[in-house]
Design a protein around this ligand. Sequence first.
Ligand SMILES: *Cc1c(COP(=O)(O)O)cnc(C)c1O
Length: 470
Amino acid sequence: MSDSLWFDSLTRAQLWRELTEVVEAHLTHVDEQGVAPPLDEAELRALLRPYTFANPRSPHELLRELDQALRRHQVHTAHRRYFGLFNPAPSVMGIAADTLVATLNPQLAAFSHSPLAVAMEHHLIAAFGMRFGLPPERCDGVFTGGGSEANLTAVCVALAHRWPALAERGLRALPADPVCYVSAEAHHSILKAARITGLGTAAVRQVPVDEALRLDLSRLRQLIAEDRAQGRAPFLLVGTVGTTGTGVIDPLPALAEIAAAEQLWFHVDAAWGGAVQLSARWQHLLAGIERADSITFDAHKWLSVPMGAGMLLTRHRAALAQAFALEASYMPKEGDPSAPDPFARSLQWSRRFIGLKVFMTLAATGWGGYARVVDDAVALGDELRRRLRAAGWRLVNETPLPVVCFTRAGEDWSLAQHQALVNAVLRSGAAWISTITTSRGQPAIRAGIANFRTTAEDLDALVTALERAR
Ligand SMILES: *Cc1c(COP(=O)(O)O)cnc(C)c1O
């Protein structure tokens, strides 16, 4: 037995004490440091050089040393003034759940190894499917590492659904070239999925957007008609609910109509925007999502569980098995599984219990807790828009969601000018923001609000930091 993999109970007890101190110190003091420390690659190399792994080190020392080092060298997304991508502070119950998962280490490949864990994930899939309006008797889904894996899963499932022979004979057996349609503002994981599945990126039509940066329906109809005329095989239409860059919601009801008329699989990428469905006040913005064949939703975004926790939901109960089912004689088969084995209906094989951090956080906060998170962030987004306009900024995106893209009113700044200003704000440590160029070519500064810890006071700090940097 290796002592340094298990240690004795006294060493362990001390280590857990130290660990909980580290966790609590971080949660208590995260706002007191700069949001984003400056990048110093020489320092990173110097930090890593002593780690040759030649001699065992004290676990206490390692914990202390690496906690301090990591804190100095990361963007603090849990900081109240991280106005970034959708990486909120991790929920406390999520942190507790992930610790429990690492400790119990249930194997989620096979139902029989971890029946309760698999059943809990099913329970959540059914609960979220219901919230999105998918038919309960047919709704199904899987947990994924994130939205990107969920989108890849959707592409695999849509292909297998349309061409069942594909599993055996591959793309080369198809009678025509498959094509899919996404908005030019969509997340690039769809392009990656096209590469991985062998479709190739040329199979992805990045449909131009209208003035409001939504997928342009007339261009979509035109592209589908052109592809059909050329003998290609349209199979998948992706609508985005909350684009990553600009927070725009594609016109879902119209997309659902087109998908139905053209017999395309209708996938909705709601990676972060899907949380809006949990707010009675704002869920009307997502009308049409209930017509999706599949939905991508990330719990590690607006729902604030630690990374990675994505979901792929579908209204077709047999679809996942059709894409992924196979038999392996070494996989455990005892019992009569009431839930099918995850490994035979998803991309991953051995995998961690992703669902527990979602389950425990949701159970502790309730749907109402999440509705408040969404409502508060939406209100703060409006407030930020108001304050920016008053300070001489012009908004370049149009969305009720809390992603605010802006440029200097009455001026024509280049991307470099926006970036210079952003860099100055980052150097000040006052806030984290970024730049973006819309698919219509407009550069802007982007500030997103996803953190449930952000307040109106933080908006003031951001607007002040922008003024100072200018
Ligand atoms: C973040 C995001 C993704 C990718 O999700 P990951 O969890 O980062 O893999 C996909 N689609 C949209 C709209 C996103 O915002």
